[in-house]
Design a protein around this ligand. Sequence first.
Ligand SMILES: Nc1nc2c(ncn2[C@@H]2O[C@H](COP(=O)(O)OP(=O)(O)O)[C@@H](O)[C@H]2O)c(=O)[nH]1
Ligand SMILES: [Mg+2]
Length: 243
Amino acid sequence: MLIPSYNPGPRLAETVRTARAHWDPVWVVVDGSTDGSAALLETLALEDPGLRVLIRPENGGKGAALLDGLTAARAAGYTHALTMDSDGQHPAECIEGFMSASAAAPGAMILGAPLFDASAPRIRLRGRRIANAWTNLETLWAGIADTLFGFRVYPIAPLLEVMQQTRWMRRFDFDAEAVVRLSWRGVPARNLPAPCRYFTAAEGGVSHFHYWRDNVLLTWMYTRLFGGFLVRLPLLVARRIAR
Ligand SMILES: Nc1nc2c(ncn2[C@@H]2O[C@H](COP(=O)(O)OP(=O)(O)O)[C@@H](O)[C@H]2O)c(=O)[nH]1
Ligand SMILES: [Mg+2]
């Protein structure tokens, strides 16, 4: 499983430790972090052969880091990868369940359907509803429960193909564009509920999502994808009728 990481804050070590308690191997892609987390992880990896640290010297974004991780995973012979955030928001206890769902349906993408508690900021939930509406439209309601939640198992080969066809999908547009483009390619979505927590700054919560910058990025992404949606509309309609 892959954990992209950029200046993740104090929950990193615990996040990696719990991930390792549930899975072997865990690869962390350190994406030009400047907080000393690369050294911390390399120290942990010295004592743990199940932990591998990949280091990108410059920050390239979540999608760029996952692209590196996925490329290395395929070279090592893996066919599927679970992706999980480095800041403790994702439920490590769901890893085995997601991996078995993927083994049972290797052609599918296994998507976390986030269960939020009272810690979730209202503004993020509203943004999410808008993003989900766009994804539903552009996939013609192909059954994607949540377009932004990054706790997922992907089949590596089609995801790499999709990523190699665009120079976008490298930052926070990764999660949403990945599901839309994989869905267009006929990769079915299986949604599994998974709790998502938000931590306050005092609890060690860190976010690199910038409201304006990243909502502009997502709006631009849906605008870009709209052309692809129109071109594929006959195919998507035919698929819907077949279902
Ligand atoms: N590699 C890499 N990962 C990132 C970057 N920004 C965010 N991430 C990853 O994406 C996850 C989600 O980002 P985060 O900043 O927590 O956003 P939020 O959870 O949506 O508020 C983080 O936990 C990291 O694992 C980045 O620039 N590079
Ligand atoms: Mg986060």
